[in-house]
Design a protein. Structure first.
Lengths: 125, 144
């Protein structure tokens, strides 16, 4: 193997994990009740948007949990809910993370496809 | 106005025109109501813009049907508009065709109230406009 080929191979091997980890996706950070994300130290949960629905449709988490909404559909969706959280437009592969800092029931929808609705139930610690 | 009043040969012609106009107007109203919601889908030529264009064209053709129901070209226009709207809603309901050139990906495999209403209205307009084309083809009608 020539030096050029070795260099090309090593560059390729370096690029693969980088591409697999973040290519095409962006992450926004939000916070409940005006607090910066990550200050409450809660665990993380995911809501997947696929087939024009939120999965799971009801998610129960303790206060301080970060919930990440990931759009796996080919079209644009949002996660827009009570309590002031709004992902904005999420293209395919994009995600939005929000930290729920107050207990309560948060109903949310996709503001484009408003028949898509789901709930995050935030319980006290 | 005299021409307008005399432009219907009978109840079937009038019903045909009214159904076509009603279908196109419902189609236009639904598209206008939903347009802003669909603005984020696509770029410059986004789904909201396409909805508004569809609504304006439907309203113009509906007005033409009202004003000149004796003209075959008007019914042909109504038929094309209704067919394109109905064809699009059925295509994007059942087939994920992705983006087509400048057209955004409008795939939405769900029926909901306004969409269903619009599809029925478009189908009704399509059928009545087809009947209007046949009606205005009758030899007796060409002589009026």
């Amino acid at each position: 193997m020539t030096r050029t080929r070795r260099l090309a191979l090593s560059a390729l091997l370096t690029a693969i994990p980088f591409a697999a980890s973040g290519c095409g996706g962006t992450t926004s950070q939000g916070a409940g009740s005006g607090q910066p994300a990550g200050t409450t130290g809660g665990s993380a949960h995911r809501v997947v948007i696929s087939d024009f629905a939120f999965h799971p449709s009801t998610l129960t988490v303790p206060v301080g949990t970060k919930v990440t909404f990931v759009n796996e559909d080919s079209t644009v969706h949002t996660a827009t809910g009570s309590g002031g959280f709004d992902s904005g437009n999420l293209q395919h592969g994009q995600s939005f993370t929000y930290t729920f800092t107050k207990a309560g029931t948060y109903n949310y929808i996709c503001s484009i496809h408003q028949y898509m609705h789901a709930t995050v139930v935030v319980t006290g610690k | 106005m005299k021409r307008l009043a005399g432009s219907y040969r009978g109840a079937p012609d009038a019903i045909c025109a009214v159904l076509t106009v009603t279908g196109l107007v419902i189609d236009a109203v639904v598209h206008l109501r939903l347009a802003s919601r669909y603005d984020p889908i696509g770029g410059t030529l986004n789904q909201g813009v396409l909805f508004r264009v569809e609504a304006v064209v439907a309203i113009l053709i509906a007005a033409a049907v009202l004003l000149a129901p004796w003209r075959r070209a008007v019914y042909a226009g109504a038929f094309v508009v209704a067919a394109s709207a109905f064809g699009a809603v059925m295509l994007y309901r059942y087939v994920n065709v992705g983006s087509l050139g400048p057209l955004p990906n409008m795939y939405e495999p769900i029926w909901f109230g306004q969409k269903t209403l619009s599809a029925y209205a478009e189908a009704g307009a399509l059928l009545s406009a087809g009947a209007g084309i046949i009606s205005t083809w009758r030899p007796a009608h060409r002589n009026t």
